[in-house]
Design a protein. Structure first.
Length: 122
């Protein structure tokens, strides 16, 4: 009986991981289609438009630490204006699950950057 319970639990964890990976792929597609032209595919904001608007590096530790998930989601939902930079909101274009996935994607950009720096040191 304990083995069966462990197998069921392992199956649930694997299924949840597969769903999360699929959601992250969808978020990546949304990122590329809606965000990357300004923020860059990597989130560093080093595109022509991103440099012109002086966008923050979303991968930086300072950005990642200074923003809560709720703050990131608020900007994706409603847009923002900072100086000359103005971002449109997506609450009328994306559903709540897609916005949650994009929020998680922005978080993953910081983790990807940290992993790349760690790999470069070795």
């Amino acid at each position: 009986m304990r083995c069966l319970s462990k197998l069921v639990l392992a199956g649930i964890v694997c299924t949840a991981s597969a769903v999360a990976a699929a959601d992250m792929k969808k978020a990546e597609r949304n990122w590329k289609g809606k965000c990357a032209s300004c923020h860059g595919a990597d989130g560093k904001g080093q595109t022509e438009q991103g440099k012109k608007l002086k966008l923050q590096d979303l991968t930086s530790a300072s950005f990642q630490k200074s923003k809560t998930d709720a703050q990131i989601k608020e900007v994706i939902d409603n847009g923002t204006k900072v100086g000359d930079a103005e971002m449109e909101g997506y609450k009328d274009k994306l559903d709540a699950a897609q916005i949650d996935d994009l929020t998680a994607y922005v978080r993953s950009l910081g983790k990807s950057s940290k992993a790349a720096k760690k790999k470069a040191k070795h």
